[in-house]
Design a protein around this ligand. Structure first.
Ligand SMILES: [Zn+2]
Length: 134
């Protein structure tokens, strides 16, 4: 392993960033859950009760799909953030899981839950794309 664990001070810094993002994501999902429970659930099959949204936001189906998709993304993010917190307590945070090198700090500042360094990440994405095109 070429990478070194971050010192306490850095771990603390990222821990705080991650906790803040985690909180935001949780609030985001809670807000959506609150919004949806207002009308969507009991009116399945009856669109009239929330038709006031329709004029400017397209069909309800699209809106619902978008919301579901965003919630999925947010849930994924929460999982990744929790994993990152675990790595902080394990002191493996900031080390690429593929090559074992340090993940660039500039990258962690933007994506605090990053598991791979930028090189490995790019390789992974190319692999994924190739798989999809097949
Ligand atoms: Zn790597």
């Amino acid at each position: 392993m070429a990478g070194k664990a971050f010192n306490e001070k850095k771990l603390k810094k990222y821990e705080e960033i991650i906790k803040r993002e985690l909180l935001e994501s949780i609030e985001y999902i809670e807000n959506i859950n609150r919004d949806q429970s207002i009308g969507a659930r009991e009116s399945s099959g009856d669109l009239s009760s929330y038709a006031f949204h329709q004029a400017d936001q397209g069909s309800d189906t699209n809106l619902m799909e978008q919301t579901v998709m965003m919630m999925e993304q947010e849930r994924d993010k929460i999982r990744l953030l929790k994993d990152a917190l675990q790595r902080i307590s394990d002191k493996t945070y900031g080390i690429c899981e593929i090559c074992g090198d340090n993940i660039q700090e500039a990258r962690l500042d933007i994506i605090p839950y990053a598991r791979y360094c930028i090189d490995c990440k790019e390789k992974e994405e190319t692999k994924k794309k190739r798989r999809k095109n097949r």
